[in-house]
Design a protein around this ligand. Structure first.
Ligand SMILES: [Zn+2]
Length: 274
């Protein structure tokens, strides 16, 4: 099978996770060595040229916002799926987490009256009075917020142990409702990292579920399809297995594009090397 490479963008996307990655890299005393770090990765999607997915990058309008609070090296990992959320949802912010300091920009965002933040976390680990399973419930819980505020989903992006630590040791989140997700299909298809287990959803999957709850099914489907296409391409690379560009996920993403979702190529791209 021939893998016809899409044109490879030479600049990183101008989104929150990409910027956080650049900041985190600049602050590193020693270089971060990712799996497969000898490979030349596309700056747009972090895959290598033969598997670059940038030509299928979807854009979709959504009223919801995503606030990613990321574990220390999370933004550096080529498997981080918060990146995929930032690819699709324009109003995405990303902040590095530290036990001892909190970014003033994060506090300002959480206090911004146009947003109603929800911390997304499993309810079984949380004091019951804070837990909501839907957005309407949450506006009942905090009536001053009103229904006019746009939902801002606060996602703790890291390993499960990091996420628990972030949740417990972030007092600035303590006053916010906790949105506990109960997806009908409780099996994650996240296989990008060895440690992932079937019950632990990755950040892009969680964000897609949040968009569905927010009444944005199209954005939810688009993010899910983008995640599935990225995952297939990543696994094809990792397992050296053929990449099927006509797979169900690829066709689904394409169908969403045909249905009116913008699929755009990055603004800056070199001429294909041929
Ligand atoms: Zn790419």
């Amino acid at each position: 099978m021939t893998l016809a490479a899409d044109p490879l963008p030479d600049t990183a996307p101008d989104h929150a996770v990409s910027r956080l990655r650049a900041t985190r890299l600049a602050a590193s005393a020693k270089p971060y060595v990712a799996r497969g770090s000898g490979l030349v990765r596309c700056a747009g999607c972090r895959l290598i040229a033969s598997h670059c997915a940038c030509g299928s990058l979807p854009r979709v309008a959504t009223c919801a916002g995503m606030c990613l609070i990321m574990g220390d090296i999370e933004a550096l990992k080529p498997t981080n799926t918060g990146w995929l959320v930032a690819d699709v949802v324009a109003d995405t912010w990303a902040f590095g987490w530290s036990r001892t300091a909190v970014d003033p920009g994060l506090l300002a965002l959480l206090a911004d009256p146009q947003w109603q933040p929800y911390v997304v976390f499993p309810g079984e680990f949380v004091q019951p009075g804070r837990v909501v399973t839907g957005l309407q419930q949450a506006s009942d819980l905090t009536p001053t917020a009103g229904a006019s505020r746009k939902p801002l989903f606060v996602l703790l992006d890291g390993t499960w142990s990091e996420a628990r630590k972030m949740f417990r040791k972030s007092p600035f989140l303590d006053h916010l409702p906790v949105l506990s997700l109960h997806p009908e299909v409780a099996v994650s298809s996240y296989r990008l990292r060895r440690a992932a287990n079937a019950g632990h959803f990755c950040t892009a999957e969680v964000a897609a579920l949040c968009l569905a709850l927010a009444g944005e099914p199209l954005a939810s489907h688009v993010l899910r399809a983008w995640f599935d296409v990225f995952s297939e391409r990543y696994m094809s690379l990792r397992l050296s297995s053929p990449l099927n560009r006509e797979s169900e996920a690829h066709l689904r993403l394409h169908a969403l594009a045909v249905a009116g979702v913008g699929v755009t190529r990055p603004e800056s791209q070199p001429t294909p090397a041929g």
